[in-house]
Design a protein around this ligand. Structure first.
Ligand SMILES: [Zn+2]
Length: 95
């Protein structure tokens, strides 16, 4: 088995089809021995997913929880014209 130290694709309850909070996911990451956790909830553009404010507010989340480094990300949607559904001004704030 590979030695995985960071999981950068995770969803929280904010994505509408996952059930853990950021803190619950961080604690689970610690228990699995991960050093880093990326929060990559779904961007707006498909039904029942996170609102833009969710991504803006990630700045309020501590950068370390339970000794695990937290990275702010998004599972974004690329449209046919190459634009993305989460605005650049919010993307610029993410890791
Ligand atoms: Zn998903």
């Amino acid at each position: 088995m590979k030695n995985i130290v960071v999981d950068i694709h995770t969803h929280t309850i904010a994505s509408g089809h996952a059930y853990g909070t950021i803190r619950e996911n961080a604690l689970a990451a610690k228990e699995k021995g991960l050093q880093g956790l990326g929060i990559s909830d779904h961007a707006p553009g498909i039904p029942n997913v996170s609102l833009p404010n969710h991504f803006s507010n990630l700045r309020a989340v501590p950068r370390q929880l339970y000794g695990v480094s937290i990275y702010y990300g998004v599972e974004n949607n690329v449209l046919n014209d190459g634009t993305m559904t989460l605005p650049e001004k919010i993307l610029d704030r993410l890791d």
